[in-house]
Design a binder for this molecule. Structure first.
Ligand code: PGA
Length: 253
């Protein structure tokens, strides 16, 4: 792995201020684990509080609106999460695509707005179990990415991370084999190179997500072209999340 592994915790719809102590503990320990880049994406309501608590780790949002501002009751803009302390936003997570009907075109519009506001993005992709079983996973994921990725004029690797998260592995305890992950990540890498050029596309980080736990981190992160992990359930306590960060720190340089 060329870059430092990037380990991002996605708290989803979990967390009130009582969880700030977990963020603090994750941050303190990460200060001693400089081989790993660590970030948390808490719910909107905690972004500012987590941002104020931490010194080392990155803070991001889990979504933002595709419009800059306006009459969108209950929605949150890219500028708002930036103002609250977020440096990045996760976009196109399968839970947003499934539960909120987010299309590739909408994810792309959100990505353009987020980049325009000065946020970095983590753009998610991933296939259903049916598509995996039918042998169509790579075709589906590369098409999904082609339709969801924004055009990026500058150095794509500085503002874009891609997260491959097979839907059937999220929250289920099941994971693909290291071979399957490697093969998917190679396909994503070659798409990134096509879209953003050899140097920039070659440096875009590609995270794996879906049932990452302390005891499978080493194996999953050792797969080809895996630059880190997007972690849901196991990011909710400092103990389990730091288990993952520690395992990532053990990866050979
Ligand atoms: P999980 O979620 O780690 O709980 O499987 C991953 C994700 O949805 O980002």
């Amino acid at each position: 792995m060329a870059e430092r592994p990037y380990i991002v915790g996605n708290w989803k719809m979990n967390g009130t201020r009582s969880m700030l102590s977990e963020a603090r503990a994750i941050d303190r320990a990460s200060q001693r684990l400089m081989k790993v880049e660590v970030a948390l994406a808490p719910p909107f309501t905690l972004i500012h509080a987590v941002h104020k608590e931490v010194q080392q780790i990155g803070v991001g949002a889990q979504d933002c609106h595709h419009m800059e501002d306006g009459a969108f009751t209950g929605d949150v803009s890219a500028a708002m999460v930036l103002d609250a302390g977020a440096k990045f936003v996760i976009l196109g997570h399968s839970e947003r695509r499934q539960n909120h009907g987010e299309t590739d075109a909408l994810v792309k519009a959100k990505a353009e707005t987020a980049l325009g506001a000065g946020l970095r993005i983590i753009l998610c992709c991933g296939e259903s179990e049916e598509l995996r079983d039918a042998g169509n996973a790579e075709n589906f994921v590369t098409s999904q990415l082609k339709a969801s990725l924004p055009e990026i004029a500058a150095n794509a690797a500085e503002v874009l991370t891609i997260a491959y998260e097979p839907i059937w592995a999220i929250g289920t305890g099941r994971t693909p084999t290291a071979e399957d992950i490697g093969s998917m990540h190679r396909a994503i890498r070659s798409l990134a190179v096509d879209l953003f050029g050899e140097e920039s596309g070659g440096a875009v980080r590609i995270l794996y997500g879906g049932s990452v736990k302390p005891d499978n981190t080493l194996e999953l992160l050792a797969a080809d072209e895996v630059g880190g992990a997007l972690v849901g359930g196991a990011s909710l306590t400092a103990e389990s999340f730091l288990g993952i960060v520690l395992a990532a720190a053990d990866l050979p340089d």
